[in-house]
Design a protein around this ligand. Structure first.
Ligand code: SAH
Length: 255
C-alpha cells in the first residue's frame, strides 16, 4: 500500500528485533510519535525526523489517546510522513486497531508494520517454546488489565490446554493465580515471569501457579513483565531439561 502514515511495531525492546520494513519506514519518516515502551535506540534510523514522545511512563502523565490520534491526523493532512512507533506489535494490546480504524474513518490510510510482540520474545528469550507437541496445543495471549475492570474467562482459559501468555499482569498476580486455580488448573502448573524481555537487564522468575504471587514479591518483579503459564513454562531450551526445574523454585536471578 502506498501511504505516508505508518503504525510501526518496534518490538519488545532489543533494537535488533525491529523488522526491515520498520527500519525502511523510519528512514522515510518526517515526524515520529513514540510510545514509552519503545527503546529510544531505534531512533538511530530516523535522525532526520522530529520525534514526539507520547508515552505514559517516565513520570509524565499519559498523553490522551484522542490527542495522539489528532496529532497524527494533522501531520498526515499536512502531507508529512508520519510514523507512530509502538512497543511490540501495534495490534497486540497496543490500540493499533483503533488508531488505524480512526484514521481510515478520517480519510487517511495507514500501513501497519508488524512487530515482535513481548510475549513471544519473552518466551523465546528465556528458553520456553510456547507450543510443544504433547504439552501445549496452542497459545492464548491475554491481558490481565482492562479499562472497564472486566475479567477474561479464566475458567475457560484454565481448561483450554493452551499456554497462557499474560500481558499487564504484574499488579494482578494474586487475582490471576486465584482465578486459574478456581478454574481447575493444578497448583503445580509451571509459571515463568519475565521482566524487560529482550533487554540487557532481562530477568526471569520461575514458579508455579500456587506460588507465583509470593515468589514474584520476593523476586521484586516489576512491570513491564510477561507471565507464561502452562507446562512449557518449565522448559529451558538452552540447556537444562524441563524435568530438572523444581516446582515452586525459590526466586532467583537468571544469568
Ligand atoms: N503492543 C505490546 C504490548 C503493550 S501492553 C506488545 O505487542 O508487546 C504493555 C505490556 O506488554 C506490559 O505490561 C507487559 O506485560 C508487556 N511488555 C511490553 N514490553 C515488554 C518487555 N520488554 N518485557 C516484558 N513484558 C513486556
Amino acid at each position: 500500500m502506498e501511504t505516508n502514515v505508518w503504525l510501526i511495531g518496534a518490538g519488545p525492546g532489543d533494537p535488533e528485533l525491529l523488522t526491515l520494513r520498520a527500519v525502511k519506514a523510519l528512514r522515510r519518516a518526517e515526524v515520529v510519535l513514540m510510545d514509552d515502551l519503545v527503546n529510544p535506540e531505534v531512533l538511530e534510523h530516523c535522525p532526520q525526523a522530529r520525534v514526539i514522545r507520547v508515552g505514559k511512563r517516565g513520570g509524565c502523565r499519559s498523553t490522551p489517546q484522542d490527542f495522539i490520534q489528532r496529532l497524527m491526523l494533522r501531520y498526515a493532512r499536512q502531507g508529512r510522513r508520519v510514523a507512530r512507533l509502538k512497543g511490540g506489535d501495534p495490534c497486540i494490546f497496543g490500540r493499533g486497531g483503533e488508531e488505524a480504524e480512526w484514521l481510515s474513518r478520517h480519510g487517511v490510510a495507514c500501513e501497519v508494520v508488524s512487530g515482535i510482540t513481548a510475549g513471544l520474545a519473552a518466551a523465546t528469550g528465556s528458553g520456553i517454546p510456547l507450543t510443544l507437541r504433547g504439552a501445549a496445543r496452542g497459545v492464548t495471549l491475554v491481558t490481565a488489565h482492562t479499562e472497564d475492570g472486566s475479567e477474561p474467562a479464566w475458567e475457560a482459559l484454565a481448561r483450554s490446554g493452551t499456554t497462557l501468555v499474560v500481558y499487564m499482569g504484574v499488579a494482578r498476580l494474586e487475582a490471576v493465580s486465584a482465578a486459574l486455580l478456581a478454574g481447575g488448573l493444578p497448583g503445580d502448573t509451571a509459571v515463568a515471569m519475565i521482566e524487560r524481555a529482550s533487554l540487557a537487564d532481562q530477568r526471569e522468575c520461575r514458579s508455579t501457579l500456587a506460588a507465583m504471587a509470593a515468589d514474584a514479591r520476593a523476586f521484586g518483579l516489576k512491570s513491564p513483565a510477561i507471565l507464561v503459564i502452562g507446562a512449557v513454562a518449565a522448559c529451558r531450551m538452552f540447556g537444562i531439561a524441563p524435568q530438572s526445574v523444581e516446582a515452586s523454585a525459590p526466586a532467583r536471578k537468571q544469568a
